[in-house]
Design a protein around this ligand. Structure first.
Ligand SMILES: NC(=O)c1ccc[n+]([C@@H]2O[C@H](COP(=O)([O-])OP(=O)(O)OC[C@H]3O[C@@H](n4cnc5c(N)ncnc54)[C@H](OP(=O)(O)O)[C@@H]3O)[C@@H](O)[C@H]2O)c1
Length: 353
């Protein structure tokens, strides 16, 4: 099958589109998907560039690229059939790490990860959703009392036109937040207004206005950070003992070790120092609760998001779409890596018509 892969760690210009073995169903819970569309995420690029190689010493090459996919079931194991899946079902999924490779004609997963594609959206739209929507959905589940307790609350979601932020703002409104504030670079605000309508109550152009000064101190019930960078200046915006959940900040050494057990001790030590100095120390000084959230992909949470999509409460936010040829895949990878001017929302590759 045709697949976009890394011959070794390196820049997108070194990645190749070529023939790799088609995966096959060999376990009862396996599901083989004929891929119609796939999307890329910043994490794909961090693996590909080798940023995480100290933490992942056993990486093998060629290594297929991509976690997010939407397609149709082509083959499946007996247990998957018993679970109600069948050939021809339209599905979307964030592939597990061991089966990554969504920029391929076929992708393998297991029943644990898969969900039915929302019937009212295309494969291109569906492929944009799994990783970012589940991450935002799960991070919001850390709000004191759970997502339902967001009813009537005032929240900030940073980076509202990013992959995760664009779904985060919609999920906040879907769960009843009264005021949703977001930070977006000014040039993207007109498109955001068109897309979001009355989902977002206040836009802050973070390039010209400092959100740490623009928002009233101690006025927020919850912050979902999808921008990362220097986050402690935002801590005083939260009410005391309220929660700041980041998916984008640099994790502590302990968080990193939980995610990647091979993390060397000296990396873990340095990350813990950074976290204490720049995050948890300032958080405790401001008397707020800070948590880092890492995605735990699963079909149940993805199905919950799919229901909100079918109900019209969450829309996929697709930015740039590329064809499945080497030039298109390289361009997509470069955009996600931060080179070029992405439209905002997700970068998607159309694999099949
Ligand atoms: N922990 C996890 O499991 C997990 C899961 C998913 C993503 N992530 C991480 O979360 C981050 C966002 O992911 P993504 O997929 O949403 O990325 P993305 O689609 O590339 O979006 C990133 C956005 O960040 C915005 N941005 C950059 N600096 C900003 C700032 N200072 N203030 C406000 N916005 C800023 C940019 O907005 P403008 O274009 O408006 O400037 C861009 O739209 C990445 O670091 C990713 O690795 C982590």
């Amino acid at each position: 099958m045709r697949s976009f892969y890394l011959p070794g760690f390196g820049k997108p210009s070194t990645y190749k589109l070529g023939a790799l073995p088609k995966p096959t169903v060999s376990q009862p819970d396996h599901i083989l998907i004929k891929v119609y569309a796939a999307s890329l995420n910043p994490i794909d690029m961090r693996y590909a560039e080798g940023t995480m190689k100290l933490m992942m010493p056993t990486q093998e090459f060629p290594s297929k690229l991509g976690y997010d996919t939407s397609g149709v079931i082509e083959d499946l194991g007996e247990a998957a059939k018993t679970d109600g899946w069948k050939v021809g079902d339209e599905v979307f999924v964030r592939l597990p790490h061991e089966h990554r490779g969504s920029l391929s004609e076929y992708a393998l997963t297991t029943t644990y990860y898969i969900a039915r594609k929302p019937a009212n959206i295309s494969h291109v739209e569906a492929a944009s959703l799994p990783l970012v929507s589940m991450t935002a959905y799960q991070a919001m589940g850390r709000f004191e009392g759970g997502r339902e307790a967001l009813q009537g609350k005032t929240v900030l979601v940073t980076a509202g036109m990013g992959g995760a932020g664009s779904i985060g703002v919609q999920l906040m409104k879907a769960f009843g937040a009264k005021e949703v504030i977001t930070t977006i670079s000014g040039s993207k605000i007109p498109r955001a207004k068109e897309l979001f309508g009355n989902v977002v109550d206040r836009y802050i152009d973070y390039k010209t206005e400092d959100p740490a000064k623009a928002i009233e101190p101690r006025s927020l019930d919850f912050i979902l950070d999808t921008a990362g960078g220097t986050i402690y200046p935002l801590f005083h915006l939260l009410k005391e003992q309220h929660r700041f959940v980041s998916i984008a900040a640099i994790p502590s050494g302990s968080d990193m070790k939980n995610m990647m057990p091979d993390t060397p001790w000296y990396v873990s030590f340095a990350l813990n120092m950074n976290s204490r100095w720049k995050i948890t120390g300032p958080a405790s000084k401001e008397n707020i609760i800070y948590e880092y959230h890492r995605l735990s992909p699963n079909g149940a949470d993805l199905s919950a998001v799919a229901k909100l999509v079918e109900a019209g409460q969450v829309k996929a936010v697709v930015g740039d779409v590329f064809d499945f040829d080497e030039a298109g895949c390289i361009k997509a990878a470069e955009l996600v890596q931060g080179n070029g001017s992405p439209k905002g929302g997700k970068v998607v590759i159309k694999i099949a018509e």
